[in-house]
Ligand binder design. Structure first.
Ligand SMILES: Cc1cc2nc3c(=O)[nH]c(=O)nc-3n(C[C@H](O)[C@H](O)[C@H](O)COP(=O)(O)O)c2cc1C
Length: 185
């Protein structure tokens, strides 16, 4: 079991602070991540809840610049991917599912855990969307040589933020909250 407290005793951010101050980071310095940081991100992903505890995820680490440079052609909104020292391709493995179809929620929960862990470690990260866009699914599958039963769901770029990140945003909207029945606010 990854012991985050021992590995990163200085990372003292509470869960709530991490949730409320995390922002997408799209500009990175070239400083590489340590093996321990990467292990922490993966352990955080694998600590996520999943339907029937099936854990139907696979994580493909991309550090090869030649591969990273092919990503903007697959997702033009991931133009910054080659600048990050690490990319994590989060995939659902449908052969590992207990309840068909829930791999989407399971891998999404893992992705969010990775974003929060990166932030708690003082790193920056950005989720770039793949599934359900079929051309992106095929593009990433081809890029890493994954079989048909493996579905790329998200690609997360990770690294040290190149500039200060704006952290405070308030997205609370009371009209999105319904008490007992739809529309009762
Ligand atoms: C499913 C999903 C797909 C996303 N795809 C992209 C993307 O392709 N490129 C990108 O720059 N950001 C992408 N984002 C990040 C969002 O733009 C970002 O989360 C949103 O603007 C809110 O900003 P914040 O993350 O700083 O709170 C994606 C986020 C999600 C959840």
């Amino acid at each position: 079991m990854f012991d985050a407290q021992s590995a990163f005793p200085q990372a003292r951010m509470t869960a709530l602070t991490a949730i409320f101050t995390r922002r997408s980071v799209r500009a990175f310095s070239s400083e590489p991540l340590t093996d321990q940081q990467v292990e922490c991100l993966l352990a955080a992903g694998m600590a996520a809840p999943s339907a029937g505890n099936a854990q139907p995820w696979e994580f493909i680490l991309l550090r090869d610049k030649q591969l990273l440079e092919k990503i903007p052609a697959i997702n033009p909104y991931a133009a910054f991917a080659p600048q990050a020292p690490l990319g994590i391709l989060i995939c659902g493995n449908t052969t590992r599912e207990k309840y068909a179809g829930f791999w989407i929620e399971d891998t999404s929960a893992a992705t969010q855990n990775i974003l929060l862990a990166a932030h708690a470690l003082g790193l920056g990260a950005c989720w770039t969307g793949i599934y359900p866009m079929q051309e992106r699914v095929q593009g990433f599958r081809q890029l890493v040589g994954a079989p048909e039963y493996v579905l790329p769901m998200a690609f997360v770029s990770v690294g040290y933020p190149r500039k200060a990140v704006q952290t405070s945003v308030d997205r609370y909207k009371s009209d999105r909250v319904h008490h007992n029945v739809w529309g009762q606010q």
